[in-house]
Design a binder for this molecule. Structure first.
Ligand code: ZN
Length: 182
């Protein structure tokens, strides 16, 4: 099943309710990009905004952490009511432990890789993941162009998920538009 998860980075932050309503009525998930200015050069928004969206959302919250030490914040996102929590594979020394911790809280656990990391680096962790986010632009800024090699990476990842007999959803993040969504 295909789901659409608009990034709230594109929202009008002076009129958040309007964009939350649009996602509630027309999309499947709220995609929340959290940037710390360390793991990526940019800073996005933090807990007050996530809590405000959580309070008005009728669709699940899909949080994508672009931060160092993501394991520090797992319980806090769980308390806010986040449904899906993902972090970058190279943002922590202990990805397996962090994935297990996320699942223990009842959230769905996900790993993310940038376009320059081989898809194969994910393979040892797939059984601990509910979803994988393949970046189709480099994480950290909105509005970039979709990288075409992503299609092959999706195929490779899907084949390995099937080979391992797993149910892991694949999320494609960045430059997705009506022109390429199909
Ligand atoms: Zn994202």
């Amino acid at each position: 099943m295909i789901q659409i998860a608009p990034s709230m980075l594109a929202a009008d932050f002076l009129n958040l309710q309007k964009d939350v309503d649009i996602v509630n009525s027309h999309a499947d998930l709220f995609h929340l990009d959290i940037m710390d200015g360390v793991f990526v050069p940019n800073i996005s928004y933090g807990f007050p905004v996530v809590e405000a969206i959580a309070g008005a959302a009728h669709k699940p919250l899909d949080v994508h952490l672009m931060i160092v030490n993501p394991e520090k914040y797992i319980d806090r996102f769980a308390r806010i009511g986040v449904s899906m929590l993902s972090f970058h594979l190279n943002a922590t020394d202990k990805p397996a432990q962090a994935l297990l911790h996320i699942r223990e809280t009842g959230m769905k656990a996900g790993l993310v890789i940038n376009p320059d990391m081989p898809v194969e680096t994910l393979f040892p962790y797939l059984q601990l993941c509910d979803h994988i986010i393949l970046m189709s632009v480099f994480a950290g800024f909105g509005g970039q162009r979709f990288i075409e090699e992503t299609y092959d990476r999706i195929r490779t990842l899907k084949a390995e998920i099937d080979r391992q007999g797993l149910t892991v959803e694949i999320e494609v993040d960045g430059g997705v538009s009506p022109a390429n969504v199909e």
